[in-house]
Ligand binder design. Structure first.
Ligand SMILES: O=C(O)c1ccc[n+]([C@@H]2O[C@H](COP(=O)([O-])O)[C@@H](O)[C@H]2O)c1
Ligand SMILES: Cc1cc2nc[nH]c2cc1C
Length: 348
């Protein structure tokens, strides 16, 4: 399938609405800048949504799940079967993101891209099976060209459904045992970093486990040293859900739909998206800095300032969901505060 769409220019933010929103913020009854990032986020949302009054009442969350061949290298604190087991938990409404999505009134879509312990048909889970798992990147490329394309498409399909439903914000999440190993390897390749600087505990490795994981990533990087662009690095080192997120972020930016990025794995997928298509960057907002070791470095590479730093490291879009109320508050402040003139308050 053609990949041309990945490179097509994204909808630029609207400079007119951005200027109008900035000027509006300056008139609200507060010292200029005193609402900090709540101001800049409202301005960015107005510019992205091309409206005077931004809103994120209608939120769409897609959680992409997939298994990783590199799990065979003993790089996670949890067994691979958990990926499929968590799909059941999502379907039955018991996962953290199930609870958060309900509390937010958000649409939650779960996408099974391929799990070794496949739970089969489940309510509320879209099956877009690519294979039971990616290959172990210590032995061969994680994905074939066709598998990578299928993952990009699965992500873009979710965004198209979100857009068609009238969603005002797209949130991507992931679930996949061993995916911090894949995401760390991909981040190292994209950034020219070494695994010892980026490798973290994932679901809870101890220091010996982290050292082993770092060595596994170093082996993968050596095997795929010839992969010299972001698409090929993603194919060799990434995973189905990481590539789906990359495709989703690109598609969302092309449709002009704002994106709220979640944690470490999703930020690496966002970095890949920006490397493939730099015009994606201005459509991205960043929810939080996860505890995963490499997250801050990847955020810095994207010049991203996340809204929250709560010591979270769950994934499955939970950090982004937690930041949605802040975006909603930023919007209502922007839309409902009185101006100095309206309130009869003196300016500086
Ligand atoms: O989002 C994060 O920053 C994050 C940090 C650490 C772990 N996770 C989640 O934990 C799983 C991967 O951890 P691991 O140790 O199996 O590589 C995967 O399902 C992620 O959703 C997520
Ligand atoms: C239980 C569990 C839930 C998760 N959700 C996202 N990643 C996860 C990893 C584990 C192990």
């Amino acid at each position: 399938m053609s990949r041309e769409w990945l490179y097509q220019t994204c909808q630029p933010i609207d400079a007119g609405f951005e200027t109008a929103a900035r000027e509006h913020q300056a008139q609200l009854t507060k010292p200029p800048g005193s609402l900090g990032m709540l101001e800049s986020v409202a301005i960015r949302l107005a510019a992205l949504q091309r409206v005077a009054q931004p809103s994120v009442e209608h939120v769409w969350i897609s959680v992409f799940a997939g298994d990783h061949g590199v799990a065979a290298q003993n790089v996670s604190a949890f067994p691979q079967a958990v990926t499929g087991e968590m799909l059941r938990n999502f379907a039955h409404g018991g996962a953290a993101i199930s609870v958060l999505a309900r509390a937010l009134g958000a649409t939650l879509e779960v996408v099974n891209l391929g799990t070794v312990n496949d739970p089969g048909e489940l309510p509320e889970v879209r099956r877009a099976i690519i294979a039971a798992t990616t290959a172990d990147f210590c032995q061969q490329a994680a994905m074939s060209v066709a598998q990578l394309d299928a993952a990009f498409t699965a992500g873009a399909d979710s965004v198209r459904a979100a857009h068609a439903s009238g969603a005002q914000l797209f949130v991507g999440g992931e679930m996949g045992i061993a995916n911090t190993t894949s995401a760390t390897a991909l981040a190292c390749a994209l950034l020219g970093e070494t695994p010892d600087r980026l490798t973290g505990a994932g679901t809870g490795l101890d220091s010996a486990g982290i050292a082993h994981k770092s060595a596994v990533i170093a082996r993968g990087l050596a095997l795929h040293a010839d992969a010299n662009d972001a698409v090929e690095q993603l194919r060799c080192l990434g995973g189905f859900e990481i590539a789906a997120l990359t495709g989703a972020y690109i598609a969302a930016a092309q449709l002009g739909m704002p994106v709220l990025v979640d944690g470490f794995i999703t930020t690496v997928a966002a970095l890949a998206a920006v490397r493939i298509n730099p015009s994606v960057r201005e459509g991205l907002l960043f929810a939080h800095c996860s505890q995963e070791r490499g997250h801050r470095i990847v955020l810095d590479a994207l010049a991203a300032t996340p809204l929250l730093d709560l010591g979270m490291r769950l994934g499955e879009a939970s950090g982004a969901a937690t930041a949605v109320p802040l975006l909603r508050l930023a919007c209502v402040l922007h839309n409902q505060m009185a101006t100095f003139a309206q309130a009869g308050v003196s300016t500086a």
